[in-house]
Design a protein around this ligand. Structure first.
Ligand code: SF4
Length: 242
């Protein structure tokens, strides 16, 4: 069956994680939502980034948080005020969902201290939160050992570990989530870096338009990369199988 979850060689997995995180530490963009562990601030960034380019989100993110510093502030505001602050980002359903969620979590703004849960399943139970956003909040705010897969991550994982899967099919989609889980580092803290790095690699190197394999940190372990020489393959303790 072409779309069964591929078995991942532990050496390949370990080399991938090591190389990915080392590259991230040297090359990551300094983005405002990477400096916070506040669950609400992480959620706002994730919702904004879902349909909008990073450069645009950087412009609006700080202003939005100044206007609505907490989830309770969003809940107490009239929906129209939240939409207004979202202007310029488009896709207003995200702002409507944020308002609904804030209302739900903070009891209309009365429960000031209530915040988002850390458990991905509990996050998924909230209005407007899908599997990716639940993983992102659990990982980026609470440093939970949680997988997350968006289109960038799916592309990278498919190319590196399972070029044969069709990520648009439901079986392929499941397989890519299983890969994301299987390659997580042991600790939540390392998982934070790992997940950020996966997304960064998809945004900067292994892009939808072009795979820049010539400057990719995980090229030596990638099943879609042009073939390596034997010597280069030996340096990562694994061999190419394609
Ligand atoms: S080697 Fe190429 S295909 Fe593989 S992850 Fe890097 S950029 Fe993508």
């Amino acid at each position: 069956m072409p779309e069964q979850t591929p078995v991942i060689d532990p050496k390949r997995r370990a080399a991938f994680g090591r190389r990915l995180r080392a590259w991230y530490r040297r090359n990551a963009r300094d983005l405002p939502w990477r400096r916070t562990r506040d669950a609400y601030e992480v959620l706002v960034s994730e919702l904004m980034l879902q349909q909008t380019q990073v450069s645009r989100v950087v412009t609006y993110y700080g202003e939005f948080l100044e206007r609505f510093p907490t989830l309770a502030d969003v809940a107490r505001a009239k929906p129209a005020r939240v939409m207004e602050a979202w202007e310029g980002l488009g896709y207003y359903a995200r702002a409507r969902n944020l308002h609904k969620l804030a209302h739900h979590v903070t009891d209309g703004g009365r429960a000031e201290d209530r915040t988002l849960p850390a458990d991905p399943d509990a996050l998924r139970a909230l209005p407007g939160i899908g599997a990716y956003t639940a993983g992102a909040v659990a990982s980026f705010a609470y440093e939970r050992r949680a997988p997350l897969v968006d289109t960038n991550v799916a592309r990278v994982l498919k190319r590196v570990f399972a070029p044969m899967i069709d990520v648009k099919s439901s079986r392929g989609h499941r397989a890519v989530w299983q890969i994301a889980e299987a390659i997580l580092p042991r600790t939540g803290r390392a998982t934070w870096t790992h997940n950020q790095a996966l997304m960064e690699l998809g945004a900067l190197v292994c892009t939808a338009r072009v795979a820049h394999c010539e400057r990719c940190p995980v090229r030596a372990v990638c099943r879609s990369a042009p073939k390596l020489t034997r010597r280069a393959a030996r340096t990562v303790g694994t061999t190419q199988t394609r």
